[in-house]
Ligand binder design. Structure first.
Ligand code: SF4
Length: 322
């Protein structure tokens, strides 16, 4: 399944996900990654899927939505790895644009120093880039990048891209307790954001089972300080997303199993939210038991709460559940 959803998203409305990268293929191995540690560290762009296959899957998804009388606001490249590692990203965006739906890409920006990556991202309507640290040592601690990557080149690449990009550029900064949430680090990030001038700066916190248990969410005081500092230094609209989803943030159609897999493809979902959704659809938990037995989802405990997430280890290289 390369094309999934739609998944409701606070930032992008009803968003059809494009999973253009096989599980955990990334240039980073962030300590907060909710997909676990990176198996395949890559910095060389390559082909993973044929653009036509993505196009036809997307077309099928839109037909299905039309038949169900539903709509989509965005195609979002939010894969199980770094989307710009896909050397066909630009052609995929161009092909999907023929459906007249906006295109979003959420990137860690690690390859944005490459001209080809900038050119591909330029075709999207909405791009999110990550800036978790300006200091190289802190960046290495939190993102654990491929050893060939140069932090300064990435930061300069983001600035260059921001000057030329005509669409909506937003930034994401994941704050991790005792790593990048101190005032000095936040001020450096804010000064960097001032050079980029994004439409919006998002502050995120680790809320789901992260790759490393040491990646804890910062205190409320740190978050308040971060939002205040970024707003005052940059004048940019800044929002903190704590990830404390509520049941009304999601919905199930009559195909509950597919809906659950779609949501869990993007991020783990808490058990109490699933329970509420099942109650609404007058369904019992048999569906969850079956998905667990089939190995399509796995359960996790994090901060005293049970979560379900897609079991990416059972996927083959085509991204299909085997
Ligand atoms: S959080 Fe994103 S950038 Fe970091 S390792 Fe996971 S997939 Fe890669």
């Amino acid at each position: 399944m390369i094309v999934y959803g739609p998944v409701p998203s606070r930032r992008l409305g009803q968003s059809i996900g494009i999973n253009n990268i096989p599980p955990k293929t990334c240039s980073y191995s962030c300590i907060y990654c909710q997909l676990g540690r990176t198996d395949k560290m890559l910095t060389v762009r390559r082909e993973f899927y044929k653009p036509e296959d993505i196009y036809y899957e997307a077309q099928g998804k839109l037909k299905q939505l039309e038949a169900d009388n539903k709509h989509a606001d965005y195609f979002s490249f939010v894969p199980d790895g770094e989307p710009t590692l896909d050397k066909n990203l630009g052609s995929e965006i161009s092909m999907l644009k023929s459906f007249d739906i906006q295109i979003a890409v959420i990137s860690n920006a690690s390859l944005i120093w490459m001209d080809t990556v900038k050119e591909d991202l330029m075709k999207a309507d909405w791009v999110s880039v990550s800036i978790d640290a300006v200091n190289d040592d802190i960046g290495r601690k939190i993102n654990r990048p491929h050893r060939s990557l140069q932090h300064e080149a990435i930061l300069n690449g983001i600035i260059e891209f921001s000057k030329a990009f005509k669409g909506t550029l937003v930034t994401e900064t994941m704050l991790v307790d005792a790593i990048n949430d101190n005032s000095a680090c936040i001020e450096e990030i804010a000064e960097q954001l001032a050079l980029i001038n994004p439409s919006k700066a998002y502050i995120l916190v680790p809320t789901r089972p992260p790759a490393e248990n040491t990646a804890k969410r910062p205190s409320k005081d740190s978050l308040v300080n971060a939002v205040r500092t970024i707003r005052s230094i940059t004048g940019v609209d800044t929002e903190c997303i704590t990830g404390d989803e509520k049941e009304e943030d999601f919905f199930f159609t009559d195909d509950i199993a597919s809906d659950l897999l779609s949501i869990a493809s993007v991020h783990p979902i808490r058990e109490d939210i699933v329970d509420e959704l099942l109650k609404k659809k007058i369904a019992d938990k048999t569906i969850i038991t079956e998905l667990l037995e089939q190995g399509k989802i796995i359960e996790f405990w994090y901060e005293g709460k049970k979560f379900y997430k897609k079991n990416i280890r059972t996927e083959n290289t085509n991204g299909d559940i085997s």
